[in-house]
Design a protein around this ligand. Structure first.
Ligand SMILES: [Fe+2]
Ligand SMILES: [Fe+2]
Length: 130
């Protein structure tokens, strides 16, 4: 089964946020696994709500941290979080209408959160250390 593995390349050097990212990947893997074994809509929906809820918590906490350290691109970053929240809502609709395979879900999550951690969240870690 394909899944999202934590890799040190995703480590942004801020343990609290890194742990939240790890949790997000773990929750995403639970969803992908449930899809792989063909779990029903209700189970997928519950898992998805968990991802959504935890994402909202994580984004809020990351934004609080950016304010706390005076990160210069915090507004731009928060806007990206808003877009990502919309994307996950759209994806949820697709998923619950059974138009998505486990591989497609894996692709989505990879592009959605993994790419964001590497491209944007990494910059917060670099700024915090500068
Ligand atoms: Fe972020
Ligand atoms: Fe993040």
């Amino acid at each position: 089964m394909s899944k999202l593995d934590w890799d040190d390349i995703l480590d942004i050097g801020l343990p609290e946020l890194d742990n939240q990212h790890k949790r997000l990947l773990a929750l995403s893997n639970s969803l992908i696994q449930a899809m792989t074994v063909g779990k029903g809509k209700e189970v997928l929906q519950l898992l998805f709500e968990e991802i959504k809820g935890y994402t909202a918590y994580h984004f809020a906490d990351e934004e609080r941290y950016m304010r706390q350290i005076g990160y210069p691109h915090q507004e731009e970053h928060a806007n990206i979080h808003k877009e990502m929240t919309q994307q996950v809502d759209e994806f949820r609709e697709k998923l619950l209408n059974s138009k998505v395979s486990a591989d497609e879900a894996l692709d989505f999550i990879n592009n959605w959160i993994v790419a964001h951690i590497m491209k944007e969240d990494t910059k917060i870690g670099l700024f915090a250390k500068s």
